[in-house]
Design a protein around this ligand. Sequence first.
Ligand SMILES: Cc1cc2nc3c(=O)[nH]c(=O)nc-3n(C[C@H](O)[C@H](O)[C@H](O)COP(=O)(O)OP(=O)(O)OC[C@H]3O[C@@H](n4cnc5c(N)ncnc54)[C@H](O)[C@@H]3O)c2cc1C
Length: 475
Amino acid sequence: MTGDPLGIALQAAFGADLILLSAADRAPYERDWRGRTAGRALAVALPRTVADVQALVRWCGAHAVAIVPQGGNTGLCGGSVPHPAAPHAQLILSLKRLTAVREVDVENDTLTVEAGTTLHAVQQLANAHQRLFPLSLASEGSCCIGGNLATNAGGVQVLRYGNARALALGLEVVLPDGSVWNGLRGLRKDNTGYDLKQVFIGAEGTLGIITAATLRLFPLPQQQQVAWVGLPSVAAALVLFHLLRARCGEQISSFELIGRLPLELALRHLPGTRDPLPDVHPWQVLVQVDQLSPDDLTGHLAALAGAAGFTQAVIAQTAAQSASLWALREHLSEAQRLEGPSLKHDISLPISRIPDFIEQAETALLRQHAGTRLVCFGHLGDGNLHFNLFPADPDGMATTATLDAEHAALTRWVHDLVAAHEGSFSAEHGIGQFKVAELARYRDPVELTLMRALKTAWDPRNLMNPGKLFALPEQ
Ligand SMILES: Cc1cc2nc3c(=O)[nH]c(=O)nc-3n(C[C@H](O)[C@H](O)[C@H](O)COP(=O)(O)OP(=O)(O)OC[C@H]3O[C@@H](n4cnc5c(N)ncnc54)[C@H](O)[C@@H]3O)c2cc1C
């Protein structure tokens, strides 16, 4: 048996099936998705039931061990792995084995699943009942519904259906004292005091462990059209967005902006991909519209081409063509990874400010840091941009972590500009351990005081995911 005495005691209490102790077994859980950080865990717990989760939380409380909840470990802010400087021993509590389907209520358009169910499995389950669960992310094969809720995930259909926060009707949560809050209600109207589920959603595991959720389902779109449009500018993309929305309203489920450079990275690194349009365009948008025929979408785009200033667009004629347009969009992150480390910013802005922001940022960046390559893409319809910088001279830096440290001032500059445009430094990826200083810098002091008061009241010993959202106490 390996591990320190506390780990050995934990394994003795719960058994080797539930508790992984060896360094080799722990390693994949201890490192974050992008390889930016890793933290030593006392052990990894793999509970099978909510009762197991409760017993583990109580054991940790009794032994002053902190808990790091983990779903698919695809989070991009280091929230799901132990903080390297946390004062307590930390147990990674993986929800992966909690995958039961508790209820499918087709008439109520809801389903209730346990937290370790992957997003893809939730989508499939809804589909099997001729319903749509619209949350959709490139990581959906690995991320889990508990993690999606804990991070209030966004993705590519927020424009029509909202983010994870809008898709949950009820939650079940194991609290820091080991008790269970059963809030698994499938109600669309319930004005009975504070809406507690919304406090846990987006809390990144700092207030409790989500063990199950009741989720909203929607009718499956009978038709769904996908178009790819080449545009001269971001301003033109915004004109197209507003004009198309005036015609199609809420039927637009995605309106994704893609700069030339991210598209080129995808074409360079991903075998079998090709530019959907014959000519080179500085910007492109991928538009998805529900409940519309291909002819109707063709008609709308033809009518709007002059006003939005575009000359080339392609409308997918088959499901395979839609899938290949989406594949280009979905694989932008992977293409960047293959290109090398970059400084990533997940920002949101009032949609009206986006053209000015991009122009201002690009001009200043290129003036101050000649050669910087700007990879800009994102969910334009949600005001959410992924604004990533590949420095001209990365000084031979091999990892994203070193790049982040060396170029912290550049990130600060980008976030200050976002704040000046009344935007947010974290649109959908959360805070984790990487953006703790940003939260303290940009959030209103009164808001921060309220958040800390909540944390202290619900988790007075700071055993739930310490060092995430808030800085660790000075030692
Ligand atoms: C290729 C790729 C594409 C992505 N695209 C998007 C995107 O479009 N939109 C988007 O929003 N995100 C995106 N992400 C980020 C990530 O997939 C999401 O944040 C996802 O919701 C995380 O789910 P997870 O199960 O992997 O959570 P984890 O990474 O395991 O955990 C994330 C946070 O939630 C906490 N947590 C996990 N499970 C629970 C639980 N049951 N109870 C309480 N706390 C918990 C963890 O402690 C941690 O703080 C992407 C990531 C990748 C790798």
